[in-house]
Design a protein around this ligand. Structure first.
Ligand SMILES: *Cc1c(COP(=O)(O)O)cnc(C)c1O
Length: 371
């Protein structure tokens, strides 16, 4: 027999079950780029030549999407290990983009009192992963030229003894590579206090150096080092493949936190195809680097604009009035990222993604017109 409904059922508030700090957060903002030249998210402007795109379509049609991702994911790990030149004794794990790996690292290191440390400004997900996992986050300001403040970083490592030290190499949004000596000393200090150092090489395809060279030269000092990469800036932002490399025992522990089947069979097949055509992607990266040089030269000629050195597929530029420049460029059909509000040091800064030649010409014209 049905029990009668209560006369006045208690009103439930589903939102009351959602964490207060989450309710207070802003969602990760993705700008609407419809109809605009999209130079806001460090995407590779180049697509596959038609013949390769057709071949990829045929490959993807063969994927057993009725099955959970299988051995092709292991094939992808092998291919990435070869591509990256995985150091002896190291292993590699995959993430659904490196954003997922950043979250998994916070989860894996979540013990009472654990902290994450990074220079500031840097990639927003380091602080966000700490917040979501309930870890402390400490951001140590860069110098006014966006270099590491080595003394302040060493003090912060000593004081907070962070579980994770993030060094984006090159950094986002400043686009520079850190001084290698300073970086080595920070990693040594982080290792000495028992923490892990994560070198985030999202922009490796466009950078002159990778920390993996160091690891190969001095493997003994690299037991606490993790190198994180992604295929997003390489040219597969839509495919969501990140990878984390480190000493095999360490990776085996972190990999336990990963949800099973986190990388889709389609994504894995697509990434394998791209790595088989690494020469095409290398050509694209070379074009981006050539365009970056042209953009830096043009920006240096613009009165009132300070463009900072770049080892990535983006350029950080300070302008007299970033809000005005951003709105003016958008009105002229070009979408960039106004990073002014991200950190006080970024006041009046725009982050310009390096696009294809025509896009960059349009971007420069638009910027010039609204300075
Ligand atoms: C873009 C970026 C990432 C995230 O890349 P996904 O693999 O697309 O999640 C990680 N780190 C830095 C520094 C980035 O700029």
């Amino acid at each position: 027999m049905n029990s009668p409904l209560p006369a006045s059922p208690a009103r439930s508030d589903p939102l009351a079950r959602i964490r207060r700090d989450v309710q207070g957060m802003h969602a990760y903002a993705v700008q609407d780029a419809a109809g605009l030249v999209k130079l806001d998210a460090m995407e590779n402007p180049h697509t596959l030549p038609p013949q390769l795109a057709r071949a990829l379509g045929e490959r993807l049609a063969q994927v057993a999407i009725n099955r959970y991702p299988g051995p092709r994911v292991e094939d992808l790990k092998t291919a990435l290990a070869r591509y990256a030149g995985l150091p002896e004794g190291w292993a590699l794990m995959l993430g659904n983009g490196s954003d997922e790996l950043i979250g998994l690292l916070a989860m894996a290191c979540d013990v009472p009192g654990a902290a994450i440390l990074a220079p500031a400004p840097s990639f927003v997900m380091y602080a966000m992963s700490a917040q979501l996992q309930g870890l402390a986050f400490h951001g140590v300001p860069l110098t006014d030229r966006f270099e590491l403040d080595e003394a302040a970083m060493l003090d912060a490592i000593e004081q907070h003894k962070p579980a994770l030290l993030y060094l984006a190499y090159p950094n986002n949004p400043s686009a520079n590579l850190w001084d290698a000596g300073a970086m080595a000393r920070l990693i040594a200090a982080q290792t000495a206090q028992g923490g892990l150092a994560v070198v985030d090489e999202a922009y490796q395809p466009f950078a002159a150096h990778s920390w993996i060279e160091r690891v190969r030269q001095e493997p003994a000092g690299a037991d606490s080092v993790l190198i994180m990469r992604t295929l997003s800036k390489y040219g597969l932002a839509g495919v969501r493949i990140g990878y984390l490399m480190g000493q095999a025992e360490l990776i085996a522990q972190i990999d336990k936190v990963r949800p099973p089947y986190n990388v889709s069979a389609l994504n894995a097949e697509c990434a394998l195809f791209a790595l088989e055509h690494a020469d095409e992607y290398a050509r694209q990266a070379a074009q981006v680097k050539a365009e970056r040089a042209r953009l830096l030269a043009a920006l240096a000629q613009m009165p009132g604009v300070t463009a900072y050195p770049s080892q990535a597929n983006m350029i950080l530029a300070r302008v007299p009035d970033a809000a005005r420049a951003f709105a003016g460029m958008k009105a002229r059909g070009v979408l960039v990222k106004n990073v002014s509000a991200m950190h006080p040091m970024l006041a009046n800064c725009l982050r310009l993604t390096v696009g294809a030649n025509g896009e960059n010409v349009q971007m420069l014209t638009a910027l010039q017109a609204c300075l």
